[in-house]
Design a protein around this ligand. Structure first.
Ligand code: IMP
Ligand code: MG
Length: 203
């Protein structure tokens, strides 16, 4: 019988750990490259709602709509859910950076698309799927600061601190994960698996 592994979380820390195998069937059906279940769709939904509430509280008193700057492509799924968890007005902008090619090792960082609207005096929240080395967000933050926003914060669904090279402060973190490449909920491996509703390790 096919076996899968589930994850456990310290409810106080939001730290995800790999746990021993259980006999629970994987959901959805296993695809090639799909490893252990790490974070379920239900758990992601709950955490993203919490983050939405927290972000709405932090920005409750700003007098212009919050600008969500979403890093393409991996953060789009997270951003779409986070946007709908906000109780404050928000606008959407996109930036495009690629630090991974078709595999799991870092390549050269490219900034292919920059925000369209002016950010002068605006409150900006950068939205990323996962912070690994920290190089992607620090390069983008540097570019965004030149546009003179009133404030610039970072929301990341996943934080994988094991391979950090650049010190990046994350203002809103979904989950801290172990040193494993992950797929699903927008995160890809060679362009695939973004459609998985939960987050899985790569085999
Ligand atoms: P960093 O620049 O090393 O922090 O890498 C962050 C970027 O690499 C993110 O925007 C992701 O697109 C990609 N990335 C890093 N780790 C993973 C992973 O485990 N799965 C999928 N994409 C990843
Ligand atoms: Mg990315």
């Amino acid at each position: 019988m096919a076996q899968t592994q589930t994850s456990a979380q310290d409810p106080d820390q939001g730290v995800i750990a790999l746990m021993p195998e259980t006999s629970a069937p994987p959901e959805p059906a296993v695809k090639k490259d799909m490893g252990r279940a790490l974070i379920s769709a239900e758990r992601i939904a709950k955490r993203v709602e919490e983050m939405g509430r927290e972000i709405s509280e932090v920005y409750a008193d700003i007098d212009t709509p919050l600008v969500l700057v979403v890093i393409l492509k991996g953060a789009t799924v997270f951003a779409a859910d986070l946007l709908r968890s906000l109780s404050i007005p928000a606008e959407l902008e996109f930036v495009s950076a690629a630090s991974y090619g078709s595999g799991t090792s870092p390549g050269k960082l490219r900034l292919a698309h920059m925000v369209e609207g002016p950010l002068v005096g605006r409150h900006v929240l950068l939205i990323e799927d996962i912070i690994d080395s920290g190089r992607t967000v620090s390069a983008i933050e540097k570019r965004l600061r030149r546009l003179k926003p009133a404030s610039l914060r970072l929301a990341a669904l996943l934080d994988r601190p094991a391979r950090r090279e650049v010190d990046t402060g994350i203002d809103f973190t979904g989950f801290v994960i172990p040193d494993r490449f992950v797929i699903g909920y927008g995160l890809d491996y060679a362009g695939l698996y973004r459609e998985l509703p939960g987050i899985y390790t790569l085999t």
